[in-house]
Design a protein around this ligand. Structure first.
Ligand code: MLT
Length: 398
């Protein structure tokens, strides 16, 4: 009999968004006549822009001819896409090298897979509430987690406690689920803390394209010293509507080295390369062709137009909550609106209440950690009509 990874016994029975789907499907099967509006999982609804679509077609066409056919590509991504990402960073005054860029099928996989590079025995700091992938993947590996509270008192932006040592620190900014975003001074404090502790920051910037406040950093590498202590994960899911197409990238600086127990210098860039070349065969050529077009002038303009549409949805949601005196956070510099459950309800109770009485699906805050117990998240990624209708239904409900 195989000895199983019994760390799985320590996980919640199902992944947050699977649990939500399960509850929604069960509601729909007993209430087939009701029109359910889904503002739960952050899944985009607008089609991908024409500049990207035309390059996806080009990618398909290339596979139809012997001269342009592509088989296995580089595991790290095609040079044309890695260079396009380097240029994108340059536009934000961040200089990285193409061999620090690793193209992948998204930030979810990479933030989970990165745990391969670290020993079980590490002090891991994870904010609460947080994107559940960071927590679940560490539990799968049997690691203990130290949670840091993100709450109203600290504007959902916890700062380092210099009296506590950490080896690995997770930061998501703009934050999923709270929508809070660190400014440069705050991030600098985290970078300094990581350097003091010889720690690594795993920085999820999947929502950077939602930043409208130009003083806020869109990359941790905008902060001095970050290349010595941080890995950044980014994604085209929300930037370019790639939730189904799948493409993201991870930046692992070459300066990121640590001393092994035998005193050898270990480079996280080399380790990640080793890991990816062993376990991953790269993103399809077709998808990478489309992804590169995201970074073209035309492609980016089309993406920005879609993002503005979602930002207007966020404004409509925020306005609707304000009218009902429901305290909310986020929605600016972020596609998520995080609010207190009315009448002090627990978030899963509120989830059921909203589904049964208004046929609206949101995400219960408790799914992101104990500090989310009394909070709820709505996404701005729905279509306009549904977003407006959802807020009208909420207006009538309270
Ligand atoms: C979310 O709703 O939190 C995200 O869509 C999940 C994800 O990006 O995997």
């Amino acid at each position: 009999m195989p000895k199983l990874n019994e760390n799985y016994l320590n996980l919640k029975e199902s992944y947050l968004f699977s649990e939500i789907s399960h509850r929604v499907n069960s509601y729909i099967s007993t209430n087939p006549d009701k029109r359910v509006i889904r503002l739960g999982i952050g899944d985009v609804t607008l089609p991908i822009g024409p500049a990207v679509i035309s390059q996806l077609h080009e990618g398909v066409n290339a596979l139809a001819n012997a001269e342009t056919f592509k088989g296995y590509g580089p595991e790290q991504g095609y040079a044309f896409l890695r260079e396009a990402i380097v240029d994108y960073y340059k536009q934000n005054n961040v200089i990285i090298d193409a061999d620090e860029v690793f193209v992948s099928d998204g930030a979810k996989s990479d933030t989970g897979n990165i745990t391969d590079l670290f020993d079980k025995d590490n002090v891991i700091l994870i904010p609460d509430p947080v994107y559940p992938v960071y927590v679940d993947t560490n539990i799968m590996n049997g690691r203990n987690i130290t949670y840091i509270d993100a709450n109203i008192q600290n504007n959902f932006l916890p700062m380092p406690d210099h009296s506590v040592h950490a080896d690995i620190i997770y930061i998501c900014s703009p934050n999923n689920p709270t929508g809070a975003a660190y400014n440069k001074e705050q991030l600098k404090e985290w970078v300094d803390y990581a350097l003091e502790n010889n720690a690594v920051i795993l920085y999820d910037s999947a929502y950077e394209c939602f930043i409208t406040d130009e003083t806020l950093p869109r990359s941790i590498f905008a902060i001095d010293g970050a290349k010595k202590c941080a890995i950044e994960f980014c994604s085209l899911s929300k930037t370019a509507g790639f939730t189904g197409t799948r493409c993201g990238y991870t930046i692992v600086p070459k300066d990121l080295t640590f001393t092994a127990s035998n005193t050898a210098q270990m480079s996280l860039n080399a380790m990640w390369n080793r890991r990816q070349t062993t376990k991953f065969n790269g993103v399809s050529y077709i998808v990478q062709k489309g992804a590169a077009a995201v970074f073209s002038v035309e492609g980016m303009a089309q993406c920005k137009k879609n993002i503005q549409y979602y930002q207007e949805n966020a404004r409509i949601i925020a306005e609707g909550l304000a009218q009902k005196n429901i305290r909310y956070f986020g929605g600016v510099n972020s596609p998520y609106i995080w609010f207190e459950c009315p009448n002090n309800m627990d978030s899963w109770d509120f989830f059921d209440y909203l589904l049964c009485h208004a046929q609206i699906v949101g995400t219960p805050g408790a799914g992101f950690g104990k500090n989310g117990q009394k909070f709820f998240r709505l996404t701005s990624f729905g279509n306009r009509e549904n977003t407006i209708e959802a807020m009208e239904r909420i207006n009538k409900l309270f």
